[in-house]
Ligand binder design. Structure first.
Ligand SMILES: [Zn+2]
Length: 305
């Protein structure tokens, strides 16, 4: 495993809580990304604007920074006729975040769903494995430390993704699932997976870091992390990228209700519930990350010798 990835896992095992980044899509839209445009192509065509997003998060206190590569598997880029640029787009994504993070920061190479459903026969396990392997190798070549397989809902897609990274790269592997509360009050993914089932299956498949992203604000994430912790106690590292609350619709757009200070106030409770890496997903901004960072640093042993 890459030395910087080992350093990250050691740092987490020692009980440190790390702050991650927030949403990228909305930041890129604010910088001019148009609806229907491929966000990841910006790594090649608007590099300085993508770098500015990463730098804004690092300036806000992100010690762990993602990459603009969520939809950059060959299978997703194919929808924009960009499959032949997969390697260049991912290598650039990682290089941009590495430039912002510096040598001491940690870069999590984002890998979202392929958009195909194995259960429906949309793709094969081999095609999924090949796509994630190619993407992870390119992210590693650009300077990523960790492959962050995120927004997962199906175990049969996440397992080959984890194996593809482990068998073909020297990256550490993080895998996070998206849960929603059912009418019965339980957390399940779109494919019916519970937080505890996710944790067991991802650890069996070889994930170094497990967790949850999107779908929920801190309130619900606290419950989800408690459920993950029933089967995956510390020091297994848990990552949470939470939305800025549950959105509601206003005219033609979603409004995320949780303010930076609201998220900052709840961040210590999320850490106490068992989250080790804490950051944002939809609706979060550098201001949210700065508030989370301030709240968590006030707790850390270094701040209270
Ligand atoms: Zn999200």
């Amino acid at each position: 495993m890459k030395a910087n990835a080992v350093r990250l896992l050691d740092w987490l095992a020692a009980g440190n809580i790390l702050v991650s980044d927030g949403a990228w899509g909305t930041q890129l839209q604010a910088a001019g990304l148009q609806p229907g445009e491929c966000p990841e192509l910006w790594n090649l065509e608007h590099r300085s604007k993508v770098l500015a997003v990463a730098q804004a998060y690092v300036a806000a206190g992100s010690e762990v920074i993602g990459t603009n590569s969520f939809g950059a598997s060959r299978l997703k880029l194919g929808m924009y006729d960009l499959a032949d640029r997969t390697v260049a787009i991912n290598a650039a994504a990682a290089a941009i975040s590495r430039e912002a993070a510096g040598s001491q920061g940690w870069v999590l190479g984002s890998m979202g769903p392929t958009g195909r459903i194995l259960l429906l026969g949309d793709t094969s396990e081999q095609e999924v494995t090949d796509a994630y392997s190619e993407q992870a190798l390119a992210l590693a070549s650009g300077g990523a430390d960790v492959a962050c397989i995120e927004t997962m809902s199906a175990i049969d897609e996440a397992v080959p993704a984890i194996r593809a990274v482990r068998e073909n790269t020297s990256l550490a592997v993080a895998c996070t699932f998206t849960f929603n509360k059912t009418s019965g009050g339980e957390f399940r993914t779109m494919m019916g997976v519970s937080p505890a089932d996710m944790a067991r299956a991802m650890l069996d498949a070889g994930a170094d870091i497990i967790g949850t992203n999107c779908g929920n604000g801190f309130e619900a994430m606290i419950e989800i992390v408690q459920q993950i912790r029933t089967v995956a106690p510390r020091p297994i590292p848990v990552l949470v990228h939470a939305n800025a609350g549950t959105p509601y619709r206003e005219q033609d757009h979603d409004v995320y209700p949780d303010t930076p200070s609201a998220m900052g106030e709840r961040a210590p409770d999320l850490a106490a519930a068992g989250a080790d890496i804490i950051g944002g997903c939809c609706g979060t901004t550098p201001e949210h990350i700065a508030a989370i960072c301030a709240a968590l640093k006030a707790l850390s042993p270094a701040a209270n010798p």
